[in-house]
Design a protein around this ligand. Sequence first.
Ligand SMILES: Nc1ncnc2c1ncn2[C@@H]1O[C@H](COP(=O)(O)OP(=O)(O)OP(=O)(O)O)[C@@H](O)[C@H]1O
Ligand SMILES: [Mg+2]
Length: 338
Amino acid sequence: MSVLASPYQASINGTTTIPGIARLGQHDGQIGRTILDVAGVSKRFGKHLAVDDLSLTVASGEVLGFLGPNGAGKSTTVGMILGLIQPTAGSIRIQGKDLRGQPSLVVDNVGAIIENPAFYPFLSGRDNLKAHALAVGNIPAARIDELLRLVSLTERAGDRYKTYSLGMKQRLGIASTLLTRPALVILDEPTNGLDPAGQREIREIIPRLADEGHGVLLASHMLHEVEQVSDRVLIVDRGRQVTEGCVDDLLRRGGYIEVVVPNADPALALKVIRPVPDVEGVTVDGHRLVVVAPPECGSLINRALVERGMYASAITPKHHSLEQLFLKLTGEPSVPDT
Ligand SMILES: Nc1ncnc2c1ncn2[C@@H]1O[C@H](COP(=O)(O)OP(=O)(O)OP(=O)(O)O)[C@@H](O)[C@H]1O
Ligand SMILES: [Mg+2]
């Protein structure tokens, strides 16, 4: 992995909270102003439209999960954001400025890990970070210790890089990218090739980045990874946006309520439930009724049943897992968390 570090200055100032953006509670940082604004971007490779009219934003303090099956166009989009691939159409703004003709915008504001980082095998993790800090310039020594802590490498910081596991190498790569406090951090499949423990360690770091005020774009085909650490998720398939929203909202969209009426005529229960406000549909399966309705509708359903002398033994709001939603939307299985 080579670190495409943004070698230079980028402070994260002026954070203001945008109301209405739901948080998942993975981290407590504030979501602030928009750092990245991708608007209607497309990329054509010959006849193949790899990215088709895609729009996304990332604000400071938030993690946007950029989720899609293999070949969906995630890395191509990341390449365009990094100024490495020229978009066929659309615009990319970083810190409010158009990327076209201003490649220094990426250098000044973006830290990304896209390939193998260049570290010296015989130097320790700490000395490697020092070497990177020297190359970048103006990095206080305390920042190195702070970053080693952030990526949980403090205890192994004195060991030679060549003795590090793949996960540790990856975490050192992330630390190196953060030396300059880039406003936007892009992680493209950051857990590729890592074992479950290594994957978990990376997942633990990602919310910390948002807590520190970085905006994080996490491109991944691994649903669990994205689901666990993202504030919002954008699902792409074949270059196109399929859906976008907070993880909770996406889950609620496929919501239903399971109602069990053991001692009543299910056909009558169906007749009673169907007119309840917000109920979109009811199907009967023995004494179990599947009611398509928002979860808060459960109490109204209960009251309607009681008024007709029917008593439910269970009224349970259910939702499709993000896995099911992902499958439904893209027709692709996501790679399970091993
Ligand atoms: N340089 C290129 N020339 C031609 N086609 C390309 C090029 N780069 C990518 N593609 C095609 O564009 C599509 C999107 O590829 P991309 O690598 O962006 O997908 P991805 O979502 O990152 O997939 P993965 O999960 O496998 O990393 C694919 O069909 C790919 O073959
Ligand atoms: Mg990719």
